[in-house]
Design a protein around this ligand. Sequence first.
Ligand code: GLN
Length: 198
Amino acid sequence: MLPDTASRSTPLVGVLALQGAFNAHQIALESCGAETRQVRVRADLDGLDALVMPGGESTTMSRLLTTSGLFDPIAERISDGLAVFGTCAGMILLAGDVLDGRPDQRSFAAIDIAVRRNGYGRQVDSFEADIEVASLDGPVHAVFIRAPKVVSCGPSVTVLAEHDGVPVVAKSGRMFVASFHPELTPDHRLHSLFLQEV
Ligand code: GLN
């Protein structure tokens, strides 16, 4: 029995649980072999190997990150090298530049991309598409719900998938982002890809 080794080999992944689609991310991550913890207060960050920022409403999450006191400690953990997967609103929270945001909306500016909120249109313009992701065999079925549209990427960013010529999955350092909702489909290969980096 090697409990220490065994526990280290299972990453502990926090899922920001202030608002949005956090439960489905936990299910996806656990099916990939990770342990998960909902993150609502500062102490929930202790010992995390990685963090997921889910889809939802980035303006609401921005406000709740401030009122919960989580914004600064998360920013600190990111600058210390915490791996983060941001999906949809979570991608907005990680972006360096947010277009069409609220004036008081904050982001961690952890990946050098500019995104336009609701860049594909309103709720009725939500859509699904099969996309090819670098290093994955076979397309991923992607659900876009009032998704942010990437309008530019800096040189540090690697684009892993595009839809109609627009980046929809990208990474840079320990940051991994998708403009759609990978937790809403039973295919968890994107979560696995993220966990390979953790
Ligand atoms: N449009 C939302 C926002 O601005 C994001 C939508 C989503 O996460 N599905 O935060």
